[in-house]
Design a protein. Structure first.
Length: 189
């Protein structure tokens, strides 16, 4: 059961009543949905439940697909961690949610905010692998709200969680890379 309202565990600057562009109503939905998602975690080995929610930009629709499901609840997608007896094979909640979003046709620029919830007192941020995975699809200013078991949260941006990150915007155009490779090949021939 999720709390009726979420409170920040630290001072959070807001602008025009928004926290990193997220309204109180959207924050409520993000929190409720990631907390609900963790109830569907499959974690028989660690018993460590994690739920994630992705708030989609309201103006974004998925790429056309006859099979793409619709998500009417304020444009939100969720995921929960899925463990496996072969430990490295498990998947974190954040990657389950983002994989679902990508499979549904959402891409870079589709996401307004992320929520992550666990059952611990402290705040749990996405692991390193999830940070890099999320970075592929999130703008650096995208807020990531991390909820503890009491419903309190802290928020950091993608750029704060993964500074000096490597993402698709860092890669030079493919034509430029081909040219460099061809020049290197010509030098060794």
């Amino acid at each position: 059961m999720s709390p009726t309202s979420f409170t920040s565990a630290e001072a959070v600057p807001d602008k025009d009543g928004l926290i990193h562009g997220v309204s109180a109503q959207e924050l409520q939905i993000i929190g409720e949905q990631c907390i609900d998602a963790k109830t569907r975690a499959y974690c028989p080995y660690s018993l460590f439940r994690v739920g994630a929610s992705l708030l989609l930009q309201s103006s974004i629709s998925p790429a056309p697909s006859a099979l793409a499901p619709t998500y009417p609840l304020s444009h939100i997608l969720t995921g929960a961690n899925v463990e496996n007896a072969a430990y490295p094979v498990g998947t974190c909640a954040e990657r389950v949610a983002m994989g679902t979003a990508v499979h549904s046709g959402y891409r870079i620029g589709s996401f307004k905010a992320v929520g992550v919830a666990t059952d611990i007192d402290d705040f749990c941020s996405p692991c390193g692998m999830c940070r890099q995975f999320l970075r592929e699809f999130l703008a650096l200013e995208t807020p990531i709200f991390m909820f503890n078991k009491e419903g309190k949260y802290i928020v950091r941006t993608m750029g704060e969680l993964l500074p000096l990150s490597f993402g698709p915007d860092v890669l030079p155009p493919r034509e430029e890379m081909r040219k460099v490779q061809e020049e290197d090949k010509a030098k060794t021939a």
